[in-house]
Design a protein around this ligand. Structure first.
Ligand code: UTP
Length: 302
């Protein structure tokens, strides 16, 4: 029997879960990160992890999976209910609205432990039992992704692309050619608007060997099969289990695309990136913009 119904592509499984690897040592920020997790360093009045969680929620993600390690309890406490604080604030007639972003639907925050920080790939693999058989998102909270005015957040842009093409997606950004050697770079295939087919991944190539100037940033949507690849993977660059190596193995076996992010990425794992992010956010916020602009002028002496 023939059907006259038009062909309808199968909608890929929705992205309901996100993994936040937060077990790293944060050595570049010592001694600040000796007792405070790097992911709790605040950009003005929100810790880095809050920006990542807000972006996940905007993208419709329900379950948050934190891969934690020693000394990281403050991250989980940040998303807990602080009864004493709330009671005291209420007594003093202070609004509790400021705490709203820290509220998580009961059951939607799961933590798993990475006992030894063996690398990003290993941290993701530690979440395998919770991820199960579903595609999932990954957020590196020390990379702050600020969308252009009028655009949605980075993960929402990625989820929209994923709903069209399925498979695996990474977020990429265009950088000047002289900067490519500091990053992971994609070898591009066919391009369609913001979407680029990924043919390969190269970690920190020499400028003359770089296959493009599209660098990988800290947002991913991956299929659960990556966990099996990670399971069998040895250590890579820096003696760590690298996520990039596992993704490189998936290329050719499953659909793999990059989405060029309409916005800016701030590397808050580096000191100058952290300062840049702080200034950029301050200059975007209506409650701070004018004062910060005047202050910067004063400091620069004009
Ligand atoms: P980074 O390499 O930027 O973080 O990892 P780091 O190792 O903590 O920082 P430095 O280089 O010593 O200053 C990116 C993200 O992956 C997590 C980190 O917590 C960070 O959010 N990560 C890294 C893990 O969860 N486990 C690891 O073994 C490594």
């Amino acid at each position: 029997m023939t059907s006259s119904a038009p062909f309808k592509p199968i909608r890929p499984k929705p992205i309901r879960k996100a993994v936040f690897p937060v077990a790293g040592l944060g050595t570049r920020f010592l001694p600040a990160t000796k007792a405070i997790p790097k992911e709790m360093l605040p950009i003005i009045d929100r810790p880095l992890i809050q920006y990542a969680v807000d972006e996940a929620r905007e993208a419709g993600i329900e379950q948050l999976i934190f891969v934690t390690g020693r000394g990281k309890t403050a991250i989980v406490e940040h998303f807990d209910t602080a009864y004493e604080l709330e009671a005291t604030m209420s007594e003093r007639d202070k609004s509790l609205d400021v705490l709203e972003p820290t509220r998580i639907q009961p059951g939607n925050l799961v933590t798993v432990r990475q006992q030894v920080p063996l690398g990003l790939g290993h941290a993701i693999w530690c979440a395998r039992a919770i991820v199960g058989d579903e595609p999932f998102a990954i957020f590196l909270p020390d990379e702050l992704m600020i969308a252009n005015q009028g655009s949605t957040g980075c993960m929402k842009q990625m989820v929209e692309a994923y709903n069209e093409v399925g498979g695996n997606l990474i977020s990429v950004l265009e950088v000047p050619e002289e900067e490519v050697s500091s990053y992971g770079v994609i070898a591009p295939g066919r391009q369609d608007g913001a979407l680029t087919e990924v043919k390969g991944l190269v970690e920190k190539p020499r400028r003359e060997d770089a296959p493009s100037n599209l660098i990988i940033s800290g947002r991913y949507i991956l299929q659960p099969e990556v966990m099996r690849v990670l399971e069998n993977q040895g250590k890579g660059a820096g003696g760590e289990v690298q996520l990039t190596d596992a993704m490189a193995q998936m290329i050719g076996q499953q659909a793999f695309h990059a989405v060029t992010f309409a916005g800016n990425r701030y590397d808050c794992g580096s000191k100058t990136g952290f300062v840049e992010a702080t200034l950029a956010i301050a200059l975007e916020r209506e409650d701070m913009r004018d004062e910060v602009r005047a202050m910067a002028k004063r400091l620069l002496g004009n």
